[in-house]
Write a new protein. Structure first.
Lengths: 543, 127
């Protein structure tokens, strides 16, 4: 390749100017001693355990779901058969995110959308169909309550089904996510409970799990949803920890569960693994270091089991291209490699058809295969923190943490994370970055293969968007009518009334939610209670 | 100038909250001098009402769901405002793109250049 003497500068995604090579002198002095540490030692940037993936490979954990609950069940079984080591239930977004039943006018107006990106689950009966034969006892399950107002329903539904199948709540492991970044920043829905009510819900879930579900990750803050909306890696980190302190300060105020237990409940997070793979690996290292520092300095927590951040990662969906989609297999592999070089505990790889649709069966299989090839063939599992000690990576790790704390301080100075969601400040930061990224593509400063350069495509494969089933709306309508006809109506009404009175009080909503699911109260009825009691969030952006 | 400023209605056909794409496009169109009326997640009825009431020169649809929902909105707008141009973007796989194009809708899938979208707006509004 021709050499050039042009003065082009290189930057990381977080805006650091990159040197052409690094030496020991580049590592910030504050980080030099830490860079000498070992995996399993605070502040854990080198990993959570000395033997790393040798003793515990990362969990293969793919987002999955569409159609009717039985369609989703079949896809999850397909993934498990192919080697997935946990499973995720995705609820239909039209109904779930808004807590609507399928007969809500907003849903009826878009009936063909129903079931396109997740199965419709309006009652515990639907959740039971979706979970039929799935290993809720031995596997790590994701109940699919990604959106804050939906989480209590999704969790209570999952737990109720598990209990009916004879398992004790104490035994089951999983998460429901309940993520503010998704709900209030990345995917702003048409209607949502206000952020203060959302904080109460999440605190209630943390409290309930603290008492009854020791193996459950009650809330999982998703940096992913902040990053894929536009925040850069340092901002993603700063936002995630600003979110975490909002939960932990509330738990401290309540004083109902020990702060160590609450911190453990907040310590299973997810990040985006994007395409600048060294920076992304450094981000996972910085995240563990920041969590350990945060818990020690703000809450006095040093217990390794709590101070050790557990990270799930999803490769960046927005980096997957519509054009020449098979190239995305390569992108998925590289982003996955960046994540595991950063020592994550769990990983989902976006489908190669991500820009076209939800994953086809084949795309899903490839997302699993990519991870199996990494685990079985590349030897990346042999050595923990393989990038540790690299002048470049240690420098980036320290720089990312420093810049992330600055962003964290900026958020707290404006009243905290919730205030920055309410005001739209975080949305504006994301939009600025989106615009900059697009302009870099427009100007030719940044290239994407198959999109802005290398445009010829000789692929013999046609990749078209996956469309699941066409009967999700009709079947969900029938099932809604059936449950109204066949449930014990007085019991359902009483449970709903109890839930409403609990919502109006300061009591934890989860026991009443469990009773409501048991009594076969439906999602839309619960949503109506929320809308009456809490009202709507005043969305800071037009979406 | 403001009297001749062209007006573009932008709406999302689905209940899906992803807002990156339409926000970027709206900004590019505003920067190019258009008045953009964003109504966000909107049903077919909402879109038709806004297209008529706001007397827009062009409709932009962000599609994140099933193509039949988008096609219904397109047909309804075409019936209410014959000849009004419509363009679309979003998660539009090839089979859906062909169906939209058959109704005369220009489609800009992910990876489209903003400058191409702005040029299309000029052409479609007769600018």
């Amino acid at each position: 390749m021709k050499t050039t003497d042009s003065p082009k500068t290189f930057h990381s995604s977080s805006g650091f100017e990159l040197r052409s090579f690094y030496t020991a002198a580049d590592i910030p002095s504050s980080h030099r001693e830490r860079a000498q540490g070992e995996p399993g030692q605070a502040p854990y940037h080198r990993g959570w355990h000395a033997t790393g993936y040798r003793t515990k490979p990362w969990r293969i954990f793919q987002l999955s779901g569409f159609g009717k609950p039985e369609d989703e069940n079949a896809r999850i079984k397909f993934l498990l058969k192919n080697g997935e080591t946990g499973f995720i239930m995705e609820h239909d977004r039209n109904t779930a995110d808004h807590c609507y039943n399928v007969d809500h006018p907003e849903v009826v107006a878009r009936r063909e959308d129903v079931g396109l990106t997740g199965a419709v689950m309006q009652s515990v009966r639907d959740i039971a169909i979706c979970l039929d034969g799935l290993p809720v006892d031995t596997s790590f399950g994701h109940a699919g309550g990604a959106v804050v107002q939906h989480a209590p329903f999704a969790l209570a539904g999952y737990w109720t089904v598990a209990r009916k199948r004879g398992y004790k709540l104490r035994e089951i492991a999983g998460t429901g996510q309940s993520d503010f970044n998704l709900t209030y920043l990345g995917c702003v829905t048409k209607q949502q409970i206000p952020t203060d009510a959302g904080l109460r819900f999440n605190a209630d879930i943390i409290e309930f799990c603290g008492e009854h579900l020791p193996r459950w990750v009650p809330v999982s803050i998703a940096g992913y949803n902040a990053a894929d909306t536009g925040l850069n890696p340092a901002q993603e980190l700063g936002t995630l920890f600003a979110n975490a302190v909002e939960y932990l300060d509330e738990m401290k105020r309540r004083g109902t569960v020990p702060i160590e237990l609450a911190a453990k409940g907040c310590g299973g997070v997810s990040f985006r693994a994007s395409i600048h793979i060294f920076e992304e690996a450094a981000k996972m290292r910085a995240a563990r270091m920041m969590w350990s520092d945060l818990l020690r300095t703000r809450y006095g927590i040093t217990d390794p089991k709590t101070a050790n951040l557990r990270i799930h990662c999803v490769t960046a969906g927005s980096k997957m291209t519509y054009q020449q989609p098979l190239n995305n297999v390569v992108r998925g592999t590289l982003m996955a490699l960046g994540a595991v070089m950063g020592g994550v505990q769990s990983l989902g790889v976006s489908g190669y058809d991500e820009a076209l649709s939800i994953p086809s069966e084949h795309a899903h299989q490839m997302s699993v295969r990519i991870q199996q090839i990494l685990q079985e063939e590349t030897n990346v599992c042999a050595v923990t923190d393989p990038l540790g000690g690299s002048y470049y990576i240690e420098t980036l790790t320290a720089q990312l943490a420093e810049k992330a704390w600055e962003f964290f301080d900026e958020i707290l100075a404006q009243g905290g994370y919730l205030a920055c969601l309410d005001s739209g400040w975080l949305h504006a930061r994301a939009a600025e970055n989106q615009h900059r990224e697009f302009m870099a593509l427009e100007s030719g400063e940044q290239h994407v293969v198959g999109v802005t350069c290398a445009l010829d495509d000789e692929s013999p494969f046609e990749v078209d968007g996956f469309v699941g089933t066409d009967d999700a709306f009709d079947v969900a309508t029938e099932r809604l009518n059936e449950i109204r006809r066949t449930r014990h109506e007085a019991g359902a009404c009483a449970a709903l009334k109890k839930l409403e009175s609990v919502c109006r009080s300061d009591a934890n909503i989860m026991p009443a939610m469990m009773d409501a699911l048991e009594a076969e109260v439906t999602l839309g009825e619960i949503g109506d209670v929320y809308r009456n009691v809490f009202g709507d969030w005043n969305t800071p952006i037009q979406t | 100038m403001s009297e001749t400023q062209k007006r573009i209605l932008m709406a999302k056909t689905g209940l899906d909250g992803h807002w990156r794409g339409p926000t970027i496009v709206a900004r590019a169109l505003r920067d190019a001098g258009y008045e953009v009326i964003m109504i966000g997640m909107a049903s077919t009825d909402d879109i038709v009402r806004a297209a008529v009431d706001e007397d827009v020169d062009l409709v932009g649809l962000n599609i994140g769901g099933h193509i039949d929902v988008a096609l219904r909105a397109v047909r309804a707008v075409q019936e209410a405002r014959p000849g009004l141009a419509i363009f679309a973007g979003g998660t539009v796989p090839p089979h859906a793109k062909r169906q939209l194009e058959a109704l005369g809708v220009e489609v800009y899938p992910p990876g489209s250049r903003l400058s191409d979208i702005v040029d299309a707006a000029a052409r479609l509004t007769g600018g």
